[in-house]
Design a protein around this ligand. Sequence first.
Ligand code: INI
Length: 204
Amino acid sequence: MPRLQSFVFACHKRRLFFILEIAGLPPPGDRTLKTELNREELSATGLRFAIVVSRWNKSVTSKLADGAVEALSGAGVSDDSIEIFHVPGAFELPLGCVKAAGSGNYDAVIALGVVIRGDTPHFDYVAGQAAAGIMQASIQTGMPVMFGVITADTMEQALERSGEKADNKGYEAALSAVEMVHTVRDIDKRSRRFFEQHILPHVA
Ligand code: INI
């Protein structure tokens, strides 16, 4: 490309990227997760994960489990550092998560399920309690417990969220788990440093 032409092209490209950035949109061709923070660069080598997956809507939850394993493997987790546990339905996910998180065997837990709205209020109870229970499991144990549960009106919607990589809720939840392990460790490390620098000298 002649020099002037490539200069004009570069200017337009920069302007386009600037507009996209202001609009909070990713650059073209860069399909990112909604929760993306360059997390693909985070290494999970040496970390251990439990995946708690419900059998209800198994054809979809198995795809979520595949997505989660793919994300963890891609981040450097070895196969024997990923353990999968099954529960009957999303309602049972919180107990499975509390047990896994409390075992001390893992650095993070990933809950996977699919709840589809039917004609009765059952959906609200199952989805609501699963979400609240998974959050509680995390708060109670102080361990990252990820909400990889699809709540959808139809099976079609659920399938859309169980596709490849960024379109797979399990994949997204697993990358969030890796990020949260790093975040929690960072908070602990900084708290220790603060204690050593600002508290300990006044106690000794
Ligand atoms: N469990 C799900 O995971 N998804 C659903 O869509 C669902 N529906 O629709 O009822 C569901 N129900 C089962 C529930 O999670 C419990 O397993 C069951 O109630 C036994 O406690």
